[in-house]
Design a protein around this ligand. Sequence first.
Ligand SMILES: NC(=O)c1ccc[n+]([C@@H]2O[C@H](COP(=O)([O-])OP(=O)(O)OC[C@H]3O[C@@H](n4cnc5c(N)ncnc54)[C@H](O)[C@@H]3O)[C@@H](O)[C@H]2O)c1
Ligand SMILES: CC(C)[C@H](C(=O)O)[C@@H](O)C(=O)O
Ligand SMILES: [Mg+2]
Length: 360
Amino acid sequence: MSYNIAVIPGDGIGPEIVREAQKVLDAAGKKYGFELKYTEVLMGGASIDVHGVPLTDEAIATAKASDAVLMGSIGGDAKTSPWYKLAPNLRPEAGLLKIRKELNLFANLRPAYLYEELKEACPLRDDIIGDGFDMMIMRELTGGLYFGERHTTEENGVRKAVDTLSYDENEIRRIAVRGFDIARKRRHKVTSVDKANVLDSSRLWRSVVEDVAKDYPDVTLEHMLVDNCAMQLVRDPKQFDVILTENMFGDILSDEASMVTGSIGMLSSASLNETKFGLYEPSHGSAPDIAGKDLANPIATILSAAMMLRFSLDLDEAADAIEAAVKQVLKDGYRTGDIMSEGCTKVGTVQMGDLIAERV
Ligand SMILES: NC(=O)c1ccc[n+]([C@@H]2O[C@H](COP(=O)([O-])OP(=O)(O)OC[C@H]3O[C@@H](n4cnc5c(N)ncnc54)[C@H](O)[C@@H]3O)[C@@H](O)[C@H]2O)c1
Ligand SMILES: CC(C)[C@H](C(=O)O)[C@@H](O)C(=O)O
Ligand SMILES: [Mg+2]
């Protein structure tokens, strides 16, 4: 079998980590008898450099025509990047938001799982870690503050900026259904996170989620305010199975959750629409501080590639093999700098990719 994959290397560490993911995918293809045909697509700063915009219509068309999209990360260094001096719509990040909207990728799955082997890299106390934890953050990805009306004005020399947080019930229902469906395949618990003590949009969120829950009597639903959730994530992460939340809260909570799994370099993600199509990218950014130095952890991207095989291409066996290879490399004591602990062997981005590909 052969599949068409649009590849967006992006900016900063993006090209480095995507290269390693492709290496691992190709090893899996060889072993399990499939071929991935890659078409490179420019997005973010890489696209601004060439086309003057962060995402072209042609790039969107290429992504749409593919079986799935594999992405590195986009974004520049605010201190050195010329993009930041340009108009806001020329920001590299605008390309990412545009592709999410254009492809209707409303469901963002961010699994935060503590590998047995990475307990040493987890900043939490042993009694909090216990037997480890395993949660799925279900982040709504095409609504809320990111896509609400916004403008900046100036009146009498005073500048004012407005962002709008808006959701309609259909947007909430479809992500809630995804969350409950996933909970059914896991430990049957959904924690819906909102700010219903303040925000109207959160009160609507809570009411729609409760409605959806009626169709899932086998799944326990609890509501949690977002500030409490941020605290509970470090106090007792074991309590969470599926965290269901809106766009901005999910962005912030997933970075926090990543750190309790050892590093942001471990957190993969899948962004899905109503079909089998998806965009797969690590949850972290372009890390300009370590770009081009062979320091980036490619595991989040490699695990995202495994999700691509599983969700979009139905290549479950190959996905299992990649996940097992990651676990084995960690068991064998290899670590990139971000997850390094005593007694382990420090490796760079490329060697980590080689080691995982070998074990596939
Ligand atoms: N999905 C995306 O493409 C995405 C996500 C987040 C941020 N960004 C963009 O990335 C740029 C930098 O943002 P930031 O610095 O706030 O966040 P970041 O995630 O890029 O980096 C935060 C910190 O984590 C470290 N880090 C990130 N990924 C790592 C990896 N794989 N291995 C080892 N260390 C890693 C970085 O070195 C840095 O110290 C910004 O332009 C931002 O908008 C893009
Ligand atoms: C780069 C940025 C727009 C993006 C987001 O906020 O969604 C990133 O932080 C992420 O988590 O994918
Ligand atoms: Mg983020």
